[in-house]
Design a protein around this ligand. Structure first.
Ligand SMILES: *[C@@H]1O[C@H](CO)[C@@H](O)[C@H](O)[C@H]1NC(C)=O
Ligand SMILES: *[C@@H]1O[C@H](CO)[C@@H](O)[C@H](O)[C@H]1NC(C)=O
Ligand SMILES: *[C@@H]1O[C@H](CO)[C@@H](O)[C@H](O)[C@H]1NC(C)=O
Ligand SMILES: *[C@@H]1O[C@H](CO)[C@@H](O)[C@H](O)[C@H]1NC(C)=O
Ligand SMILES: *[C@@H]1O[C@H](CO)[C@@H](O)[C@H](O)[C@H]1NC(C)=O
Ligand SMILES: *[C@@H]1O[C@H](CO)[C@@H](O)[C@H](O)[C@H]1NC(C)=O
Ligand SMILES: *[C@@H]1O[C@H](CO)[C@@H](O)[C@H](O)[C@H]1NC(C)=O
Ligand SMILES: *[C@@H]1O[C@H](CO)[C@@H](O)[C@H](O)[C@H]1NC(C)=O
Ligand SMILES: *[C@@H]1O[C@H](CO)[C@@H](O)[C@H](O)[C@H]1NC(C)=O
Ligand SMILES: *[C@@H]1O[C@H](CO)[C@@H](O)[C@H](O)[C@H]1NC(C)=O
Ligand SMILES: *[C@@H]1O[C@H](CO)[C@@H](O)[C@H](O)[C@H]1NC(C)=O
Length: 623
């Protein structure tokens, strides 16, 4: 108990206590003798006493008070008790040890030490701010320059400061751990938790093994440590220091920088370039990265980073009832929103956090980090489309065609003079190192312009951004095929319903679904696409274009098309993916039906499962 007694009295006493009677309770007629850290006492002539009003008073030899506690309400018969937890509490003598009854408790003034059960943070009702401050030196307990405090200006976040300069932040709490402490895993010794409600915001921990004495300490040199008591040496031993490496130094890599926790090197987020060329000559804090291409606001998209420590959230905005999609929409709508993420990562993620400032203090972990979605100008995200400038008239520009255009010389260089090896599926590399995919347009200029205009306006993970290779459907297992089917559906839903302009693709077919290296489908080829106003849903055309086998009958015959035409094509595609056979050119020994007729017939006979490709029949889920 000696050990915890030292801790407890840290807020007003130091070691070598002599209590007038050998008990753990002090009443209003008793005294406790000796020292104090904040204004160190001279000699051993000081006394601690409890007044009838329930106020603890520390007096020196001549009777002047050098420290006093406070109380929230007048007590009946006050007493001060040192609980086994290390908490010194003042309460009515006949009251139980329920914190509700405490008139004052030393746990509200934790000094440099967080004991089990101490709440570090705010009581939003009383305004009480429980924070830690370091000792000045290892043997001078008066307050040093380091503080560890909960900042509630944005999403609540702990911040370690050296005077006013931020040195470290563990990152926002994500339901499991602090975002910047991937090593904090569930363990058998202790559980850390953060409580956020209308009345209180605080961090705390419980110990699971009562035989192990453990505490968290803000050391005189600004380290945030867990220490355990070693009986053998009768001393505290460092169990873990929360700041593990240089990446944990606040803003180590500057704005939009990301510190790689594996090799401890600074890097920048994609699409950013160093602010200053002589980064080594400048102070870390002023250095950082800036966007290569400024944001455009309305057409911007988001780039996902996985396994990161979320940036400084002191000036963030959050909402507990929004999901990730709502979060994204909100961020997309506000031009000053720079990033968004889930707050709680449990159960696949929930809740929403938005940033409106430069992103600072990001770390890249190899595991156990969080997903962060950073706002990027569309051109950094999308397929780079190489268009000799002259092909687009002023009219096209007025129609909202905001494209990065490239001059012929650069295009020639990037594509090795339009070499076939750089065409769709192979790609090339731009001067600045960006990898690109190139499409050589076979159609006329109108069709080409049409495609460019549509592709530039669309942003969706299941619409082409990076062109991959064409599908080799026969080799794919059922989960992959299912994922492809879903992805196409999502891409189509976006075109039909969720994009700013309703778009009918008109040429959805296997050849226009490209797969990236993770087998995610990307709908491509917007050469025949048509835009619609929000209320329009169908139209007529004299020139029927598309691909046989995928065209809906009313379109092929009457030129009538609507989003339903795409749905028809989608249905054909789904059947092709399931069967591994093409609709056109399908032949069956028993009849002359095409794939659709065959499917319909089997369905009528209740034998739909026969349709499924034999290679996946064993692994797919019939329902
Ligand atoms: C304080 O405690 C002492 C020792 O237990 C006892 O003798 C005394 O009566 C108590 N005084 C009051 C006011 O309770
Ligand atoms: C403590 O007492 C000594 C002598 O008793 C004196 O020299 C010293 O100045 C005192 N210090 C303080 C802080 O009062
Ligand atoms: C008591 O002593 C302290 C310093 O030891 C001094 O600052 C204070 O004025 C003294 N108070 C009285 C009432 O003498
Ligand atoms: C004690 O608390 C009261 C109200 O809670 C407050 O007005 C007063 O300033 C406090 N006194 C001290 C010395 O902290
Ligand atoms: C505690 O004692 C006071 C009188 O000193 C009395 O008013 C109060 O009801 C008592 N509380 C309990 C819980 O017994
Ligand atoms: C605290 O900060 C002040 C001002 O920066 C400095 O003079 C002092 O040495 C620092 N104290 C410690 C214990 O480092
Ligand atoms: C971080 O560093 C490791 C080791 O050098 C490297 O393998 C990894 O790709 C780096 N991560 C990023 C995002 O650069
Ligand atoms: C930041 O500054 C510290 C000390 O000034 C230095 O040790 C560290 O290497 C710097 N970091 C980078 C990424 O330049
Ligand atoms: C949080 O989001 C929900 C659901 O979108 C909304 O109803 C609520 O008003 C939002 N709260 C704030 C403070 O914006
Ligand atoms: C964008 O968000 C900022 C910060 O919350 C707010 O001040 C501003 O009014 C918002 N702008 C719009 C257009 O909603
Ligand atoms: C590119 O190819 C064209 C036609 O083959 C040729 O005339 C031209 O000189 C080539 N340009 C370069 C830079 O190689």
């Amino acid at each position: 108990m000696e050990a915890s007694a030292i801790l407890l009295f840290c807020s007003f006493l130091s070691a070598n206590l002599t209590i007038s009677t050998a008990v753990d309770t002090l009443n209003a007629t008793q005294l406790l003798k000796d020292a104090n850290p904040e204004s160190p006492l001279n000699g051993s002539s000081a006394i601690l006493k409890l007044t009838k009003q329930g106020i603890l008073i520390l007096q020196i030899h001549n009777g002047s008070t050098i420290w006093r506690s406070n109380t929230s309400r007048p007590p009946g018969n006050p007493s001060a008790t040192l609980l086994d937890s290390g908490n010194l509490v003042v309460k009515d003598e006949n009251e139980s040890n329920d914190p509700e009854n405490f008139l004052w408790q030393s746990f509200d003034y934790p000094c440099d030490t967080l004991l089990e059960g101490t709440k570090l943070g705010r009581n939003l009702v009383t305004g009480l701010d429980r924070c830690l401050s370091s000792w000045k030196t290892p043997d001078d307990p008066s307050p040093g320059n380091f503080t560890y405090r909960l900042d509630i200006s944005g999403f609540p976040e702990f911040v370690l400061r050296d005077s006013s300069v931020i040195r470290f932040r563990p990152g926002p709490w994500n339901g499991i751990r602090f975002s910047g402490t991937p090593e904090l895993k569930p363990n058998k010794f202790f559980t850390v938790s953060v409580v956020i409600n209308e009345k209180e915001v605080y961090g705390t921990y419980v110990l699971h093994d009562s035989s192990v004495l453990s505490r968290m300490v803000l050391t005189h040199d600004g380290l945030w440590e867990r220490q355990t008591w070693t009986d053998g040496t009768q001393s505290w031993r460092v169990f873990v220091t929360v700041q593990m490496d240089p990446c944990d130094s606040y803003a180590q890599c500057g704005a939009y920088g990301s510190c790689n926790a594996t090799d401890l090197k600074c890097g920048c987020l994609k699409g950013f370039v160093p602010k200053s060329q002589n980064v080594r000559d400048t102070d870390n804090r002023s250095y950082g990265y800036v966007r290569r291409t400024p944001l455009k606001c309305k057409s911007d998209g988001f780039l996902k980073y996985s396994n990161v420590k979320l940036p400084d959230s002191r000036r963030s905005w959050f909402n507990y009832s929004m999901n990730l999609d709502e979060c994204k929409n909100l961020c997309a709508r506000n031009c000053s929103c720079t990033a968004y993420s889930n707050l709680d990562i449990r159960n696949g993620g929930s809740e929403c956090m938005l940033w409106f400032v430069d992103l600072i203090d990001i770390q890249q972990f190899s595991a156990n980090g969080q997903d962060l979605y950073v706002r990027m100008v569309a051109s950094e995200l999308e397929l780079e489309t190489f268009v000799p400038k002259s092909s687009f008239s002023a009219k096209d520009q007025k129609e909202g065609l905001e494209l990065p255009s490239f001059d012929l010389a650069e295009t020639v260089l990037a594509t090795d003079n339009f070499s076939l090896k750089n065409k769709l599926g192979q790609g090339g590399v731009l001067k600045d190192g960006r990898e690109i995919a190139v499409k050589r347009s076979g159609g006329g200029l109108d069709e080409f312009k049409n495609e460019v205009i549509h592709i530039a306006k669309l942003q969706h993970r299941n619409l082409v951004k990076l062109l991959g290779y064409e599908t080799q459907i026969k080799l794919l297992d059922w989960p992959t095929r299912y994922n492809i089917i879903n992805g196409i559906a999502r891409g189509l839903l976006y075109l039909h319903q969720d994009s700013r302009q309703r778009i009918i693709h008109r040429d959805l077919k296997a050849g226009n679904v490209l797969l990236d290296d993770e087998m995610n489908p990307k709908i491509s080829d917007f050469g025949l696409a048509r835009s619609f106003g929000e209320k329009e849903t169908e139209a007529n055309t004299n020139k029927v274009v598309g691909t046989y086998g995928y065209m809906a009958p009313e379109y092929a015959i009457d030129g009538l098309y609507s989003i339903k035409s795409d749905v028809f094509s989608y249905g054909v595609l789904v059947l092709e993916i399931i069967t591994g056979k093409h609709n056109r050119g399908f032949c069956h020994p028993d009849h002359h039906l095409n794939l659709l007729g065959h499917a319909w017939r089997l369905f009528g006979e209740g034998k739909s499962m026969e349709l499924v490709a034999s290679t996946i029949r064993g692994t797919c889920i019939p329902s």
